[in-house]
Design a protein around this ligand. Sequence first.
Ligand SMILES: Cc1ncc(COP(=O)(O)O)c(C=O)c1O
Length: 394
Amino acid sequence: MLYDFDKHIERRGTDCLKYDGLYQMLGRSDVKPLWVADMDFETPPFVIRTIEKRLRQRVLGYTVPTDRFYQAIISWMKRRHSVSLEPQDIHFVAGIVPGIHHALNALTEKGDKVLIQPPVYHPFAHLIEVNERTRVDNPLHIVNGRYEMDFDDLEKKLPGCKMMILCNPHNPGGTVWTADVLERVAKLCHRYGVTVLSDEIHSDMAHRGHTYTPFVNCCPEAREISLAMNAPSKAFNMPGIVVSYCYSLSPSIRERYFTFLDRADVALGNIFAYDCLAACYSEEGEEWLNQMLDYVTENCKIVIDFLRQQCPRIRPMLPENSFLLFLDNSDMPFTTTTEMHDFYLNKSGLYLNEGEMFGKEGEKFMRLNVALPRAELDDVLHQLKQSYDEIVAS
Ligand SMILES: Cc1ncc(COP(=O)(O)O)c(C=O)c1O
């Protein structure tokens, strides 16, 4: 079956964060939302059918994860990513951000040092701060249009840390960490007794030619020290369902974290969550995912080619994963970040994520979500080009 990603879906008026939430924030409906990481494509029909089937059962009672849920994860992780799991290695979590919050509480103490690699998905820093842990930054560096880790700095900063939160693959840079890089991280963290929480929510969206390595698979040391978080919600465009899970091959991490989740009763799924995951982690799901990835990879390519030819002073990082492009504006004639934000929002009529939300290292960047129909993407590029010409020519 061929899925139609060109189809316009009217999302305004559906209470969605991307459009209606933006209206609440800005009081404006004249800007194109290209920010929060969900897609302007239809959620796959097999997910919708699964929900419809549940609704026909007429009673929406408490629902538990059954073997179907665990076996769907086990089979997917084996087929797609060569990870071998048993049901007891896995626990449902109701959202990865809440899952990280609970992991900080279960596995670290107030005041403990937790390392992150900015610019990175902003809730990492926020959760460390609100939980009164001490944030340690190991900033990433751009080399030839992609992020690289600074291992000298990492080795200096890891001693004394309790946890490292890794974004694998990386958001907002779209970097797929290689097995070698992950192995170096794992060996260092193992040496210094640091638990690695690997957020792998972007793992199913590596572009062709790039291979995502699950952290747990990079070397034997990684198995002993890591907790991975994953979900089909991002890749299958259903974050509103709230279905995620974690897994660990370390009995000690499982004992501390899973017990914490169970005691606090904070990891229960809604009636649709378990089945929706199983629907995605199927052969039909694989087919949809491959087609979606082809479409968004082509969108990335269109944007990159367009910028190179028409707006060469906006330089995208080279995406290896997902549908997010991190745009470097250092060569643009902005004297302040306020001017940059004004250019995108007011002069171009586009709402992107401001790079500095991912850390000060991102302050000259804007994050563009390209998961939208191609005709709409063309309009976006046209709008950008007009304001670019005005500001660069002036
Ligand atoms: C790296 C990363 N982790 C987690 C999330 C959100 O996960 P959840 O909606 O399950 O809390 C996102 C959403 O964009 C993300 O990019």
